[in-house]
Structure formats: structure tokens, C-alpha cells
Design a protein. Structure first.
Ligand SMILES: Nc1ncnc2c1ncn2[C@@H]1O[C@H](COP(=O)(O)OP(=O)(O)OP(=O)(O)O)[C@@H](O)[C@H]1O
Length: 303
């Protein structure tokens, strides 16, 4: 079962394509990070997923049902960028409201979670700290007992400590409930240790998609003398070419063939942050699905 499946999905606002040619099959049971710069189309894809927007072209299904249909909506919870809660209401009021609006509501779970976090039920939403506000929004989303939790920039306004606590809370919920999660972020360090599936969007198109394990295994860095860099880079699918006077770092996408490390060069594994940053800096490079070798194989010089 796929958590989200799209085929030729596109969304146009007036003459602008916010998202286009988006074909993805994200299996259920993953924590999926949706990364990309401002305006890449992340919110658009998430809004299509939770039925807040309707596509202009193509198709999207969520847990096997058309996105936006009742069976899909019933199993999805959404928390957006500003996690809009009513500032004049208390935490208990928000719980009551959630309970009255949702069939699958788990009141005991929500209360336990807030007690663990030391967030008083009587506290007004407007008086919560940024971190507590995000935790209450997450609690309300989890109380719906979703099979898919969709989070749009959930940590953007949090300080590093609150960000860390939010990530831990998310990981605990995933471990306890076995739900699928998709969250967007333009902060690359948010992705490490949290996601096990990655989608990178750039300019409204899918640039990279796949399990992080596969993506990391499918790339490596070659480090060697700059004097030989042109010669080595010419024979390999180079995603990013970073040169200094003496040494060059080439981020290489594996081709399926095992290639020998050139003499005088060493091969290093790549980290997720480095991988994502390399693709973000090279908007024409693609990896999975449908790697476009001619685009990915390019020479570029960066300082
Ligand atoms: N309701 C809308 N009306 C018109 N244009 C829109 C609308 N929503 C999004 N867009 C445009 O679509 C493109 C993608 O926007 P989107 O919000 O999906 O990007 P994003 O990756 O979530 O960006 P950010 O990180 O800044 O939130 C942008 O060019 C944006 O201006």
C-alpha cells in the first residue's frame, strides 16, 4: 500500500505551475521529508495530499483512495505551517472541539500526551510558548489517530531545543502508532535522523525521490587532485563538482556499474545533508525516479 501515489500530477495557479509532472509512489510506513527551497511546490503537494487543493492535471491517491475523498480524509491528519489554533481558547477547549469534530478521536491519548509534556489543560493557546504551541498542534493531529500525518513546515518557528523536542515527539509517535508521516522543511538539518524517505522538489518538479538508505548507497564522493579533476569528471555522472586549488570533491551518482576508484583518488560516503544540498545547488540534476543521465552528468565549478 502506498501512503501517497501521484501520476503526472500538476497544479497551476493562473499562468504559474506550482507543481508539475509529479510522479511518485511513496510506500506506507515511512517518515518522508519533503525538502526544497522557497516556492518549490512543497505546500502545494501537501495541500493536494490532504484535499485542500484540487489538481489541474494528473492523479493523486492517499492510502489507496482519491485524495480529498472521505475515506482518504478520514485517515489523514494535517498540521500546517502556522498550526492555526484559536488563541482565545484553552487547551481543554481545543480538545473538546477536536473530539466533537472527529469520529476516531482518542481523548485519553491526547490528555496523557499533554500531561507528559507538562502543558496545563487550562492554559490559553495564546499563552503557550512556540514549542508548546507546536506540541499541542501535534497532539491534536495525533488524537485523530491518523494513518498518515502530514506536516507543513512544522518546525519553522521553533528554536533549536523546541525543534529537537518536536522531532523526538514525532519519532515516538511513529514508533508507537506505526503511522506514515510526510513533513516539509527547507531546513536541511531537520531531515537527518528523522526521515527514512526523501523527496526533493525544485521549481515545481520532483528532483530526487527514494528511501534515504538507497539514495545514500547510490551516491559517493571522490576526493582527489584538482589537476586531474577534468579528466575524472568527464567519465562519471557528477552531481556536484567542488574544486579548491589542490583538491576536488566530486559527488557522484552511482550508475549500477562498479567503477574503480581512479589512482590517487579516494572514495568517501556521502551524508544526507550534503546530498540534499548538492541537489539543491544543482537544480538541473535529478536522481530517482527516472534519473536523467544527461542532466545529472554535468561539469560545474564552484568555489
Ligand atoms: N494560492 C496560490 N495562488 C497563486 N500562486 C500560488 C498559490 N499557492 C502557491 N502559489 C505559487 O506556487 C509556487 C509554489 O508554492 P508553494 O507554496 O507550494 O511552495 P513551497 O515549496 O511550499 O514554498 P515555501 O517553502 O516558501 O513555503 C510558488 O511560486 C507560489 O507563489
Amino acid at each position: 500500500m502506498n501512503a501517497v501515489e501521484t501520476s503526472g500530477l500538476g497544479k497551476r495557479y493562473g499562468g504559474t505551475w506550482a507543481l508539475r509532472d509529479c510522479t511518485l509512489a511513496i510506500p506506507a510506513g515511512h517518515v518522508v521529508a519533503l525538502a526544497g527551497p522557497n516556492g518549490a511546490g512543497k505546500s502545494t503537494l501537501l495541500h493536494l495530499t490532504v484535499g485542500l487543493a484540487k489538481q489541474s492535471t494528473g492523479a493523486i491517491s492517499v492510502l489507496g483512495n482519491a485524495a480529498g475523498s472521505l475515506p482518504a480524509l478520514d485517515r489523514v491528519a494535517f498540521m500546517d505551517q502556522d498550526a492555526a489554533l484559536y488563541s482565545g481558547l484553552s487547551v481543554a477547549d481545543m480538545l473538546r472541539m477536536g473530539r466533537s469534530m472527529n469520529r476516531r478521536w482518542d481523548q485519553a491519548r491526547a490528555r496523557d500526551r499533554l500531561a507528559e509534556l507538562d502543558i496545563p489543560l487550562t492554559r490559553r493557546i495564546g499563552r503557550l510558548s512556540g514549542g508548546q504551541h507546536a506540541q499541542v498542534a501535534l497532539t491534536l493531529a495525533l488524537a485523530r489517530r491518523p494513518d498518515l500525518l502530514v506536516l507543513d513546515e512544522p518546525m519553522s518557528s521553533l528554536d533549536p531545543l523546541a525543534r529537537h523536542e518536536f522531532k523526538s515527539a514525532l519519532m515516538t509517535a511513529v514508533a508507537q502508532d506505526g503511522l506514515s508521516v510526510i513533513f516539509s522543511s527547507h531546513i536541511v538539518s531537520d531531515l537527518e535522523r528523522v526521515c527514512d524517505y526523501l523527496v526533493v522538489l525544485a521549481g515545481g518538479r520532483v528532483q530526487v525521490a527514494g528511501q534515504t538508505e538507497d539514495l545514500l548507497a547510490g551516491h559517493h564522493v571522490l576526493v582527489g587532485p584538482t589537476a586531474q579533476a577534468d579528466q575524472v569528471a568527464a567519465t562519471l555522472p557528477v552531481v556536484r563538482d567542488r574544486r579548491a586549488t589542490a583538491q576536488t570533491h566530486l559527488l557522484i551518482r552511482a550508475t549500477g556499474q562498479t567503477l574503480a576508484t581512479p589512482p590517487g583518488w579516494r572514495k568517501e560516503p556521502v551524508g544526507l545533508e550534503e546530498l540534499v544540498l548538492a541537489y539543491l545547488r544543482e537544480p538541473d540534476a535529478f536522481a530517482l525516479p527516472g534519473p536523467r543521465t544527461s542532466d545529472a552528468t554535468k561539469e560545474a565549478t564552484f568555489s
